[in-house]
Ligand binder design. Sequence first.
Ligand code: UD1
Ligand code: UDP
Length: 364
Amino acid sequence: MKIVTVVGARPQFIKAAVVSRAIVANGQDVSEVIVHTGQHYDRNMSQVFFDQLEIPEPRYHLEVGSGSHGEMTGTMLAKVENVLMEEQPDGVLVYGDTNSTLAGALAASKLDIPVAHVEAGLRSFNRQMPEEINRVLTDHVADLLFCPTDAAVSNLNREGITRNVRRVGDVMYDAFLYYRALAEEKSEMPGALELTQGRYKLATIHRQENTDDPEKLRNIFSALGELAEAASPVVMPVHPRTRKLLRQHQRDVSLSPHLRMIPPLDYLDMIALENSAQAILTDSGGVQKEAYFAGVPCITLRAETEWVETVAAGWNCLGGSDTCQIVAAFEQTVAGRPETRPRFYGDGEAGKRIVREMLTRLCR
Ligand code: UD1
Ligand code: UDP
């Protein structure tokens, strides 16, 4: 069986690393051709993950780069279509909810090639989010839907999608378990940043709704400023979108001297920093879950989340983008640390299940 995998953005490299390893472990039964759309292209947003996570080199680099949503998605669609006509795979594998996901899924479905979607069924129910549109459309053209959680299965069922839906667990949990051991061995975080275990907060921000709204950006940085102290700073690996928008709005946004902004990290350093943080403040989907995997309280800098289980379990609190609400959410979450962390995200074998299922369903 031949699979074409379409990836393009940072979290997709991490997810694909898990499934690619399971594909290689399957030996001759499955061959994988990786297509990198080029949506993310800085070394620390892309190549570093291929090197560190030992992801096979992409056979195709489409070099689409940045642009408006329509321009990016349209260019990717045309370029992925050319690759698929050349490769004639048995299936196309896409991950998550980025523009690369939608372009891969649309290109395949228009050529009548089965689409397998990893992280199917996630919903924020906020159609203002570009990712929500990407997810809904991808799920509705997908032929195999790999859900990480029960909530994701229910969301699909509510939309009338019941066939070929599989709850396989979360590939990000597989990744976290596998690479945590390597991070313990190889990463020098948090010491390399002169941070002490439990005496710093970790923050990431990159959602369009936060970065592109000057008021929200200002409010979030005010909250981080209130929480950052000399004895417990806030450390933030800065996403390139945020770097760009902070530069544009530098007069409006005040930055605390105890907020330490650093370039994006590689995955091992990132999970090492997550593991030792007092709390994590983030608008990232992946980072919210990693906080849960690590047993670190999380404050989500959004009004809603797709990872509703973490909120119900008391490990994640929605802080939105209001300064007071974020500070209150921080205090509530850190003080009310629950005693248990139910296993919502599977057993670390999602990657293997996905490959097994594709072999059963897609082999000609
Ligand atoms: C994208 C995804 C988002 C995902 C995130 C992961 C969509 C709609 N959004 O958001 O779901 O959570 O990736 O990180 O697909 N840039 C660089 N260098 C890079 C990449 C981006 O400078 O290597 C800058 C460019 O100015 C670009 C901006 O970041 O315009 C935004 O990049 P883009 O890929 O459009 O969206 P993300 O915010 O990264
Ligand atoms: N990540 C990383 N380095 C960083 C920030 C994030 O390796 O500096 C990892 C993080 O651990 C998680 C993934 O990137 O596995 C999340 O990606 P991102 O926040 O860009 O996107 P989202 O998950 O919100 O789509």
